[in-house]
Design a protein around this ligand. Structure first.
Ligand code: SF4
Length: 341
């Protein structure tokens, strides 16, 4: 096995995010579908989706390049009935996780765990059935809560609850923080809203306010260099006064704030794979998609090498600040006009 491949900015690629489908049974108002835009369609299996064999072959090849982690995403990856089979065939050396809306976890969490899944992230944007229904355009709130319970019970822990923080959810942040602090096996990831991918800049809220509020109420704050992320440890209601807070008597809350954050991009170690078998070097770009064609081992190897060699940090390199302090595309990445233009 080779060591991880690095791009021209010294960023080694140690993880892949593999979208198994772009189908989804929810219709969240902020969805960006892995940066591809809104392509939700019918729920039936789609001919364009990578087969289980394609996915496994891809993972076996990138394992040769030192990739240690895979996260299965969508759409909703649990709409794939062969998900357990894919996970069973995922190389043993890889840490395997999944991002799901949780609806299908009751009844399948145990099989997934047995197949080799290590952890799940479950999207939960509010602790209120009505708000949840309005955001996801779905009435599956109870099923999602049951799904989270099933995941915790079967040991897919820590279960990370993903909450996108924007105008519609800001009022539920406090409730979700309390929920994570008082329930075993849960962590909360507050994800900055991405207006550049989802539109509606008016839904944006200042994420720094959330940082400041969490810093105020935390029992303990840790800073992780990787991704420039801060972890806030919140005491549970039963924590003894003065006790050191950890997962046994409280909960951890992290803010994922990649927007306009060059440090976050400088620490980006993941390549994405679309459900159709294209490699994508950066969430925010669709001008660097590379097809893996028929997905032979050689084609995967070559396309993966090219993708890594060409990936650049989005903020700080692809996007730079102009004289007015606005983010603009770096001239180096603007294609020169052609005679046809
Ligand atoms: S380079 Fe930045 S914007 Fe692109 S995927 Fe990585 S962290 Fe996200």
């Amino acid at each position: 096995m080779n060591g991880p491949l690095a791009d021209g900015f010294g960023r080694e690629v140690t993880g892949v995010r593999v979208s198994l489908t772009d189908r989804c049974n929810f219709d969240c108002v902020y969805c960006h579908n892995e940066g591809l835009g809104d392509t939700r369609g019918p729920m039936e299996p789609d001919d364009n989706e990578m087969t289980a064999d394609d996915v496994v072959r891809f993972l076996e090849v990138v394992e040769e390049f030192g990739v240690e982690k895979v996260k299965f995403t969508g759409g909703e990856p649990m709409l794939r009935q062969d998900l357990e089979a894919i996970i069973r065939r995922t190389p043993d050396s890889m840490e395997t996780s999944m991002t799901t809306n949780g609806t299908f976890l009751p009844g399948r969490a145990e099989d997934l765990r047995e197949a080799g899944l290590d952890r799940v992230n479950v999207s939960q944007d509010a602790i209120d059935p009505e708000a949840f229904a309005a955001i996801t355009k779905s009435g599956a709130y109870e099923q999602v809560l049951e799904g989270v319970e099933a995941a915790v019970a079967t040991g897919l822990t820590p279960v990370k609850l993903n909450m996108v923080v924007f105008k519609h959810t800001a009022g539920y942040v406090e409730g979700m923080v309390e929920h994570a602090a008082n329930n075993d096996g849960l962590q909360l990831q507050l994800i900055e809203y991405m207006p550049e991918l989802t539109g509606h800049p008016e839904w944006n809220i200042d994420i720094q306010r959330v940082h400041d509020w969490l810093a105020d109420i935390s029992a303990r704050v840790e800073h992780r260099e990787m991704h420039d992320r801060t972890r806030y440890w919140i005491a549970g209601d039963d924590a003894a006064p003065g006790a050191r807070i950890d997962a046994s008597n409280g909960g951890m809350v992290e803010i994922v704030d990649p927007v306009e954050n060059p440090t976050f991009c400088a620490n980006c170690h993941r390549v994405r794979v679309t459900h159709e078998g294209y490699l994508k070097g950066c969430l925010n770009r669709n001008d660097d998609l590379r097809s893996m064609g028929e997905m032979s081992r050689d084609a995967i190897r070559e396309t993966f090498r090219e993708t890594v060699a060409n990936r650049v940090p989005f903020y700080g390199e692809y996007m730079v600040r102009d004289d007015n302090d606005e983010w603009v595309v770096n001239d180096a990445y603007v294609s020169p006009p052609t005679a046809a233009d």
